[in-house]
Write a protein that binds this ligand. Structure first.
Ligand code: PEP
Ligand code: MN
Length: 338
């Protein structure tokens, strides 16, 4: 259930409503938006007569949420969530953000060159995997914590934030000093224990859509994180597996407006994994911004063909720079900045 308070509702009135919600047996999650407080009651409310909440002083409206996700639903924050990072960078605001970097963190030299060019082109995030979920156990598995140390060092020197994938609960604590945003990869979208643990963390989580996950399943996974009290979740469309074989995955552009409609969470698009092909990354990135994506996640490398993982979908830095200038035009056309 959702109880939206009036703009002028007092703390006392809000507390009374919260007490009454707790009395009917729901967990209350509170969010204060630009103009009003919204209280989401999570738990079984089928037998509860919600109309009694309508007459509480300070209440604007009450409704039952029929969708299985409660906190991720648009009604919890009708104005949309803006995830704010420590340096003031925001995902979900008027500015389209760009997160770029290699699939895997490799050498200092290549990371420094990448960071310098990403920053100069207008990116605010350096991405790079240190714990890699590879299909083959014989493929490069990532540098682990030393890789993250390297990424933190390079990112800081260039004024960039860091995003990196966490694959298991035991990695959360050791990763904390090095990442500004935890990435949950497609293969772990339904690692529910990991999601629950990330709900206890107070750092943003970029949650990728599973390779065969529906939008509802993605939103339910975000609910695992949010129900722990971590509301800073960024959803990511990164392509799904279909019968089509001309691209590595099928980039579901329509997922972007669907997610924006169903949920208040910011949406990032990953055309690199979404297509698996360097020549398809730019058109899908542009389509994603046009479709309303709040950020773009893209794999770049100074020597893209030689990247230790995902080389075929990795952009050369020159290609990335060209893409950035094109994206700025698209962003302006859809009333966003970049
Ligand atoms: C990645 O970002 O490099 C990655 C492994 O992504 P995904 O989980 O979408 O495959
Ligand atoms: Mn990759």
């Amino acid at each position: 259930m959702i109880v939206a308070m009036q703009e002028k509702a007092t703390e006392e009135q809000i507390d009374l409503v919260i007490d009454a919600m707790v009395d009917v047996g729901v967990n209350v999650h509170r969010t204060t938006g630009a103009s009003q407080t919204i209280l989401a009651g999570v738990g079984p409310t089928a037998g509860v007569d919600l109309s009694k909440f309508e007459v509480f002083p300070g209440v604007l409206y009450v409704h039952r949420i029929s969708a299985p996700y409660k906190l991720a639903g648009r009604a919890f924050r009708p104005e949309g969530t803006v995830v704010e990072f420590p340096n003031g960078v925001m995902v979900g605001g008027g500015q389209v953000q760009v997160m770029a970097g290699p699939c895997s963190i490799e050498t200092r030299e290549s990371l420094v060159e990448t960071a310098r060019r990403v920053k100069a082109a207008g990116g605010n995030f350096l991405r790079g995997g240190a714990f890699k979920p590879r299909s083959s156990p014989y493929a490069f598995q990532g540098l682990g914590i030393p890789g993250l140390e390297l990424m933190r060092d390079v990112a800081e020197a260039h004024g960039l934030l860091t995003v990196s994938e966490v694959m298991e609960i035991a990695q959360i604590e050791p990763m904390m000093p090095y990442v500004d945003c935890f990435q949950v990869g497609a293969r772990n979208m339904q690692n529910f224990n990991l999601l629950r643990e990330l709900g206890q963390v107070r750092k943003p989580v970029l949650l990728k859509r599973g390779i065969a996950a529906t939008i509802e399943e993605l939103l339910l996974s975000s609910e695992y994180i949010m129900s722990g009290g971590n509301y800073d979740v960024i959803l990511c469309e990164r392509g799904i597996r279909t019968y089509e074989t001309s691209t590595r995955n099928t980039m579901d552009i329509s997922a972007i407006p669907v997610l924006k409609k169903l949920s208040h969470l910011p949406v990032v698009a990953d055309p690199s994994h979404g297509t698996g092909r360097r020549d398809m990354v730019a058109p899908m990135a542009k389509a994603s911004v046009a479709a309303g994506a709040d950020a773009i996640l893209v794999e770049v490398h100074p020597n893209a063909d030689k990247a230790a993982s995902d080389a075929a979908q990795t952009l050369y830095l020159e290609q990335f720079e060209k893409l950035m200038s094109e994206l700025k035009v698209i962003a302006t056309a859809v009333c966003r900045t970049m």
